[in-house]
Design a protein around this ligand. Structure first.
Ligand code: AMP
Ligand code: ZN
Length: 137
């Protein structure tokens, strides 16, 4: 897609700090890193989000994440990493070419990561799980 910035990067029409690629996947540094080494991993084929990816691309991107994340983490002297995929603008997706963030994390790095959690009222977990399982069957 010519109006997609990540497709333009894949095509070589926009520069990036490439860290790895194979036939299906490209990985490059995020231009506005949350932490040093913040890396984006994308399928070369355009898809808006994971629901539009082929199984082959999903497998290739997942394998790339598992390979790249620990290498980047070690290299920047981090102790762990967040893997993040924002799916849909309400979830924070800005670039509409599916991408997975690898964000290296260090003790007391001040980046934080805390969801606002809740609990299910009595019976709601049973009901909801059954409905979702039914929709998936
Ligand atoms: P998201 O909010 O999940 O859609 O994240 C989009 C990410 O893409 C942000 O972290 C941006 O900093 C990053 N980004 C946008 N344009 C570029 C670019 N040209 N090269 C590298 N990263 C980019
Ligand atoms: Zn694209």
């Amino acid at each position: 897609m010519s109006d997609c910035i990540f497709c333009r990067i894949v095509a070589g029409n926009l520069p990036c700090w490439k860290v790895w690629e194979d036939a299906l996947v490209l990985a490059f540094l995020d231009i506005n890193p949350v932490a040093e080494g913040h890396t984006l991993v994308i399928p070369k084929a355009h898809a808006r989000d994971i629901t539009g990816m082929t199984r082959e691309d999903l497998a290739a991107v997942t394998a790339a994440l598992a390979r790249i994340a620990p290498v980047v983490t070690d290299l920047v002297g981090a102790e762990g990493f967040n893997l993040l995929n924002n799916c849909g603008c309400v979830a924070g997706q800005v670039v509409e070419h599916v991408h997975f963030h690898i964000i290296p994390r260090k003790e007391a790095d001040g980046r934080g990561y805390r969801w606002i959690t809740s609990t299910y009222p009595e019976g709601r977990g049973d009901q909801l799980a059954a409905r979702i399982a039914g929709a998936l069957s």
